[in-house]
Write a protein that binds this ligand. Structure first.
Ligand code: BV8
Ligand code: ZN
Length: 250
Protein backbone atom coordinates (compact mmCIF):
# COMPACT_ATOMS: atom_id res chain seq x y z
CA UNK A 1 0.00 0.00 0.00
CA UNK A 2 1.55 3.31 -1.05
CA UNK A 3 2.26 6.04 1.49
CA UNK A 4 -0.98 7.75 2.59
CA UNK A 5 -1.12 11.39 1.49
CA UNK A 6 -2.12 13.48 4.55
CA UNK A 7 -5.80 14.43 4.51
CA UNK A 8 -6.50 17.62 2.61
CA UNK A 9 -3.02 17.88 1.08
CA UNK A 10 -3.98 16.40 -2.31
CA UNK A 11 -6.87 18.89 -2.61
CA UNK A 12 -4.62 21.75 -1.51
CA UNK A 13 -1.94 20.72 -4.04
CA UNK A 14 -4.52 20.16 -6.81
CA UNK A 15 -5.82 23.69 -6.30
CA UNK A 16 -2.36 25.27 -6.34
CA UNK A 17 -1.41 26.64 -9.75
CA UNK A 18 1.88 28.07 -8.49
CA UNK A 19 4.04 26.02 -6.12
CA UNK A 20 7.50 26.74 -4.68
CA UNK A 21 9.54 23.74 -3.52
CA UNK A 22 12.30 24.55 -1.02
CA UNK A 23 14.64 21.53 -1.03
CA UNK A 24 17.58 20.64 1.18
CA UNK A 25 20.10 17.83 1.48
CA UNK A 26 17.42 15.30 2.47
CA UNK A 27 16.01 15.60 -1.07
CA UNK A 28 19.17 13.88 -2.37
CA UNK A 29 19.59 11.44 0.55
CA UNK A 30 17.82 8.57 -1.24
CA UNK A 31 20.11 9.11 -4.23
CA UNK A 32 23.05 8.29 -2.00
CA UNK A 33 24.34 11.86 -1.54
CA UNK A 34 25.17 12.22 2.19
CA UNK A 35 23.39 15.10 3.95
CA UNK A 36 25.45 17.57 5.94
CA UNK A 37 24.14 15.95 9.09
CA UNK A 38 25.35 12.49 8.01
CA UNK A 39 28.86 11.59 9.01
CA UNK A 40 31.05 11.69 5.96
CA UNK A 41 32.54 8.49 4.58
CA UNK A 42 35.95 7.17 3.69
CA UNK A 43 38.93 9.41 4.21
CA UNK A 44 36.58 12.34 4.74
CA UNK A 45 35.11 10.67 7.81
CA UNK A 46 37.39 12.57 10.15
CA UNK A 47 36.41 15.97 8.71
CA UNK A 48 33.35 18.02 9.61
CA UNK A 49 31.66 19.19 6.39
CA UNK A 50 30.71 22.50 7.95
CA UNK A 51 34.37 23.12 8.82
CA UNK A 52 35.59 22.33 5.31
CA UNK A 53 32.91 24.48 3.60
CA UNK A 54 34.53 27.73 4.80
CA UNK A 55 36.92 30.41 3.46
CA UNK A 56 39.15 29.70 6.47
CA UNK A 57 39.59 26.06 5.43
CA UNK A 58 40.38 27.23 1.88
CA UNK A 59 42.99 29.69 3.13
CA UNK A 60 44.51 27.10 5.45
CA UNK A 61 44.65 24.20 2.99
CA UNK A 62 43.19 24.81 -0.48
CA UNK A 63 44.39 21.39 -1.69
CA UNK A 64 42.40 19.61 1.04
CA UNK A 65 39.24 21.61 0.29
CA UNK A 66 39.66 21.20 -3.49
CA UNK A 67 40.19 17.44 -2.98
CA UNK A 68 36.98 17.27 -0.92
CA UNK A 69 34.97 18.98 -3.64
CA UNK A 70 36.52 16.77 -6.32
CA UNK A 71 35.45 13.74 -4.22
CA UNK A 72 31.93 15.17 -3.84
CA UNK A 73 31.71 15.90 -7.59
CA UNK A 74 32.66 12.32 -8.47
CA UNK A 75 30.21 11.01 -5.84
CA UNK A 76 27.31 13.09 -7.22
CA UNK A 77 28.26 12.10 -10.78
CA UNK A 78 27.86 8.45 -9.69
CA UNK A 79 24.42 9.08 -8.16
CA UNK A 80 21.06 9.19 -9.92
CA UNK A 81 18.06 11.43 -9.28
CA UNK A 82 15.55 9.58 -7.08
CA UNK A 83 11.78 9.11 -7.36
CA UNK A 84 11.30 12.36 -5.42
CA UNK A 85 13.27 14.39 -7.95
CA UNK A 86 11.36 12.71 -10.78
CA UNK A 87 7.98 13.35 -9.11
CA UNK A 88 8.74 17.08 -8.94
CA UNK A 89 9.62 17.09 -12.64
CA UNK A 90 6.24 15.43 -13.36
CA UNK A 91 4.40 17.93 -11.15
CA UNK A 92 5.86 20.74 -13.27
CA UNK A 93 3.78 19.40 -16.18
CA UNK A 94 0.57 20.07 -14.19
CA UNK A 95 1.42 23.33 -12.43
CA UNK A 96 3.98 26.13 -12.28
CA UNK A 97 6.49 24.44 -9.93
CA UNK A 98 9.53 26.52 -8.97
CA UNK A 99 12.46 24.78 -7.28
CA UNK A 100 14.58 26.79 -4.83
CA UNK A 101 17.28 24.52 -3.47
CA UNK A 102 20.03 24.70 -0.86
CA UNK A 103 21.64 21.75 -2.62
CA UNK A 104 24.68 22.21 -4.79
CA UNK A 105 24.12 18.92 -6.66
CA UNK A 106 22.50 18.75 -10.12
CA UNK A 107 19.98 15.99 -9.40
CA UNK A 108 16.89 18.18 -9.83
CA UNK A 109 18.18 19.21 -13.28
CA UNK A 110 19.10 15.63 -14.20
CA UNK A 111 15.53 14.58 -13.30
CA UNK A 112 14.25 17.14 -15.80
CA UNK A 113 13.38 20.02 -13.49
CA UNK A 114 14.31 23.62 -14.10
CA UNK A 115 15.82 25.08 -10.91
CA UNK A 116 14.82 28.67 -10.17
CA UNK A 117 17.62 29.24 -7.63
CA UNK A 118 20.60 27.40 -6.20
CA UNK A 119 20.82 29.40 -2.96
CA UNK A 120 24.23 27.94 -2.08
CA UNK A 121 25.76 27.70 -5.54
CA UNK A 122 26.63 24.82 -7.82
CA UNK A 123 29.03 21.96 -7.08
CA UNK A 124 30.11 21.78 -10.72
CA UNK A 125 30.83 25.49 -11.08
CA UNK A 126 34.30 26.89 -10.43
CA UNK A 127 35.73 30.39 -10.30
CA UNK A 128 39.01 32.09 -9.57
CA UNK A 129 39.30 33.05 -5.89
CA UNK A 130 41.08 36.25 -6.90
CA UNK A 131 39.66 37.71 -10.13
CA UNK A 132 36.38 35.80 -9.92
CA UNK A 133 36.59 34.67 -13.52
CA UNK A 134 34.62 31.50 -14.21
CA UNK A 135 36.95 28.56 -14.66
CA UNK A 136 35.86 25.87 -17.07
CA UNK A 137 37.26 22.41 -17.40
CA UNK A 138 37.56 22.11 -13.66
CA UNK A 139 35.76 18.81 -14.01
CA UNK A 140 36.55 16.01 -11.57
CA UNK A 141 40.23 15.70 -12.31
CA UNK A 142 42.64 12.90 -11.57
CA UNK A 143 41.76 10.54 -8.75
CA UNK A 144 41.96 12.29 -5.42
CA UNK A 145 45.35 11.83 -3.79
CA UNK A 146 45.62 9.24 -1.00
CA UNK A 147 45.25 11.81 1.78
CA UNK A 148 42.45 13.56 -0.14
CA UNK A 149 44.54 16.62 -0.93
CA UNK A 150 44.54 17.72 -4.60
CA UNK A 151 46.09 21.06 -5.60
CA UNK A 152 43.43 23.29 -7.22
CA UNK A 153 44.04 24.57 -10.77
CA UNK A 154 45.51 28.07 -11.15
CA UNK A 155 43.87 30.97 -12.97
CA UNK A 156 45.96 32.90 -15.49
CA UNK A 157 45.82 35.83 -13.04
CA UNK A 158 47.73 33.69 -10.55
CA UNK A 159 44.70 33.10 -8.31
CA UNK A 160 43.43 29.65 -7.32
CA UNK A 161 40.35 28.06 -8.88
CA UNK A 162 37.75 27.47 -6.13
CA UNK A 163 34.37 25.67 -6.13
CA UNK A 164 31.44 27.87 -7.22
CA UNK A 165 29.56 27.31 -3.95
CA UNK A 166 28.62 29.60 -1.03
CA UNK A 167 30.74 28.79 2.03
CA UNK A 168 29.70 29.46 5.62
CA UNK A 169 30.35 33.12 6.32
CA UNK A 170 29.88 34.06 2.65
CA UNK A 171 26.90 35.99 1.35
CA UNK A 172 24.37 34.16 -0.81
CA UNK A 173 24.13 35.28 -4.44
CA UNK A 174 21.67 38.22 -3.96
CA UNK A 175 19.65 37.40 -7.05
CA UNK A 176 19.18 33.78 -5.94
CA UNK A 177 17.81 34.68 -2.51
CA UNK A 178 15.69 37.47 -4.01
CA UNK A 179 14.24 35.08 -6.62
CA UNK A 180 13.49 32.52 -3.90
CA UNK A 181 11.69 35.10 -1.76
CA UNK A 182 9.66 36.44 -4.71
CA UNK A 183 8.68 32.93 -5.73
CA UNK A 184 7.51 32.03 -2.22
CA UNK A 185 5.42 35.21 -2.03
CA UNK A 186 3.54 34.54 -5.24
CA UNK A 187 2.90 30.84 -4.59
CA UNK A 188 -0.35 29.15 -3.57
CA UNK A 189 1.60 26.42 -1.79
CA UNK A 190 5.16 26.05 -0.47
CA UNK A 191 6.64 22.55 -0.05
CA UNK A 192 9.69 22.34 2.25
CA UNK A 193 11.45 19.03 1.68
CA UNK A 194 14.59 17.55 3.21
CA UNK A 195 15.97 20.47 5.16
CA UNK A 196 16.79 20.73 8.84
CA UNK A 197 15.99 24.44 8.60
CA UNK A 198 19.13 25.41 10.51
CA UNK A 199 21.12 27.27 7.88
CA UNK A 200 20.40 30.97 7.45
CA UNK A 201 19.24 32.90 5.56
CA UNK A 202 17.77 29.99 3.50
CA UNK A 203 15.74 28.97 6.55
CA UNK A 204 13.94 32.34 6.41
CA UNK A 205 12.04 31.41 3.26
CA UNK A 206 9.51 29.05 4.88
CA UNK A 207 8.91 31.66 7.63
CA UNK A 208 8.21 34.30 5.00
CA UNK A 209 5.53 32.01 3.54
CA UNK A 210 3.99 31.27 6.95
CA UNK A 211 3.91 34.95 7.91
CA UNK A 212 2.22 35.76 4.60
CA UNK A 213 -0.49 33.16 5.22
CA UNK A 214 0.71 30.93 2.37
CA UNK A 215 0.10 27.21 3.10
CA UNK A 216 3.34 25.34 3.86
CA UNK A 217 3.79 21.56 3.88
CA UNK A 218 6.95 19.99 5.25
CA UNK A 219 8.17 16.60 4.00
CA UNK A 220 10.84 15.20 6.30
CA UNK A 221 11.18 11.85 8.12
CA UNK A 222 12.47 13.76 11.15
CA UNK A 223 11.19 16.74 13.16
CA UNK A 224 12.60 20.22 12.49
CA UNK A 225 12.04 23.66 14.08
CA UNK A 226 9.44 24.19 11.36
CA UNK A 227 7.38 21.05 12.04
CA UNK A 228 5.07 22.64 14.59
CA UNK A 229 4.42 25.78 12.55
CA UNK A 230 3.60 24.32 9.11
CA UNK A 231 0.07 23.56 7.90
CA UNK A 232 0.98 19.93 7.12
CA UNK A 233 3.98 18.13 8.63
CA UNK A 234 4.41 14.90 6.62
CA UNK A 235 6.84 12.58 8.41
CA UNK A 236 8.00 10.71 5.31
CA UNK A 237 11.06 10.51 3.04
CA UNK A 238 11.05 12.59 -0.14
CA UNK A 239 11.29 9.64 -2.55
CA UNK A 240 8.16 8.10 -0.99
CA UNK A 241 6.02 11.17 -0.21
CA UNK A 242 6.47 13.15 -3.43
CA UNK A 243 5.53 10.30 -5.83
CA UNK A 244 2.48 9.54 -3.62
CA UNK A 245 1.44 13.20 -3.72
CA UNK A 246 1.85 13.54 -7.50
CA UNK A 247 -0.01 10.23 -7.94
CA UNK A 248 -2.89 11.63 -5.86
CA UNK A 249 -3.08 14.72 -8.09
CA UNK A 250 -4.48 12.38 -10.73
C1 BV8 B 1 25.87 34.07 5.75
C2 BV8 B 1 27.25 25.06 0.13
C3 BV8 B 1 26.59 36.26 6.19
C4 BV8 B 1 28.63 24.57 0.41
C5 BV8 B 1 26.20 25.46 2.30
C6 BV8 B 1 24.19 31.65 14.21
C7 BV8 B 1 22.84 31.83 14.02
C8 BV8 B 1 22.31 32.01 12.74
C9 BV8 B 1 23.15 32.01 11.62
C10 BV8 B 1 24.50 31.82 11.83
C11 BV8 B 1 25.02 31.64 13.10
N1 BV8 B 1 26.35 31.46 12.97
C12 BV8 B 1 26.69 31.54 11.66
C13 BV8 B 1 25.57 31.78 10.97
C14 BV8 B 1 25.46 31.97 9.53
C15 BV8 B 1 25.50 30.63 8.81
C16 BV8 B 1 24.54 29.64 9.42
O1 BV8 B 1 23.35 29.67 9.13
N2 BV8 B 1 25.07 28.73 10.23
C17 BV8 B 1 24.20 27.75 10.85
C18 BV8 B 1 24.88 26.38 10.78
C19 BV8 B 1 23.92 28.18 12.28
N3 BV8 B 1 25.08 30.94 7.48
C20 BV8 B 1 26.00 31.33 6.60
O2 BV8 B 1 27.18 31.41 6.85
C21 BV8 B 1 25.47 31.76 5.24
N4 BV8 B 1 26.05 33.04 4.94
O3 BV8 B 1 25.16 34.07 6.71
O4 BV8 B 1 26.63 35.13 5.35
C22 BV8 B 1 27.00 37.37 5.33
C23 BV8 B 1 26.04 38.28 4.92
C24 BV8 B 1 26.44 39.35 4.14
C25 BV8 B 1 27.77 39.48 3.74
C26 BV8 B 1 28.72 38.52 4.14
C27 BV8 B 1 28.33 37.45 4.93
C28 BV8 B 1 25.91 30.79 4.17
C29 BV8 B 1 25.30 29.46 4.40
C30 BV8 B 1 25.58 28.57 3.19
C31 BV8 B 1 26.64 27.55 3.54
N5 BV8 B 1 26.82 26.62 2.41
N6 BV8 B 1 26.35 24.67 1.23
C32 BV8 B 1 28.74 23.08 0.25
O5 BV8 B 1 27.71 22.40 0.03
O6 BV8 B 1 29.86 22.58 0.34
S1 BV8 B 1 25.15 24.99 3.53
C33 BV8 B 1 24.91 23.31 3.40
O7 BV8 B 1 24.48 22.88 4.66
C34 BV8 B 1 23.78 22.91 2.48
O8 BV8 B 1 23.74 23.67 1.32
C35 BV8 B 1 22.55 23.11 3.31
O9 BV8 B 1 22.07 24.39 3.23
C36 BV8 B 1 23.10 22.92 4.70
C37 BV8 B 1 22.65 21.60 5.22
O10 BV8 B 1 21.38 21.84 5.59
P1 BV8 B 1 20.20 20.92 4.99
O11 BV8 B 1 20.12 21.04 3.51
O12 BV8 B 1 19.00 21.24 5.78
O13 BV8 B 1 20.65 19.47 5.27
P2 BV8 B 1 20.92 18.89 6.67
O14 BV8 B 1 21.98 17.89 6.48
O15 BV8 B 1 21.08 19.99 7.66
O16 BV8 B 1 19.55 18.17 7.05
C38 BV8 B 1 19.07 17.15 6.22
C39 BV8 B 1 17.58 17.10 6.49
O17 BV8 B 1 17.03 16.14 5.59
C40 BV8 B 1 17.25 16.63 7.90
O18 BV8 B 1 16.19 17.42 8.41
C41 BV8 B 1 16.79 15.19 7.69
O19 BV8 B 1 15.79 14.81 8.62
C42 BV8 B 1 16.20 15.26 6.33
N7 BV8 B 1 16.19 14.00 5.58
C43 BV8 B 1 17.04 12.95 5.70
N8 BV8 B 1 16.67 11.98 4.82
C44 BV8 B 1 15.58 12.46 4.14
C45 BV8 B 1 15.28 13.74 4.62
N9 BV8 B 1 14.26 14.47 4.14
C46 BV8 B 1 13.51 13.91 3.18
N10 BV8 B 1 13.74 12.69 2.65
C47 BV8 B 1 14.76 11.94 3.11
N11 BV8 B 1 14.98 10.72 2.60
ZN1 ZN C 1 41.89 34.87 -11.69
Amino acid sequence: MGEQVPRGLAELARGSRTVTVLSGAGMSAESGVPTFRDAQSGLWERYDAAALATPEAWLADAALVWGWYQWRRSLVRACEPNAGHRALARWARLADVRIVTQNVDDLHERAGSAVLAHLHGDLFASRCDTCGQEAHGAEPGPEVAQDGRTPPPRCECGGLVRPGVVWFGEALPPDAFEAGMRSVLDSHLVVVVGTSGLVQPAALLPDIALRSGIPVVEINPGPTPLSTDVDVSWRAPAAVALPALIEALG
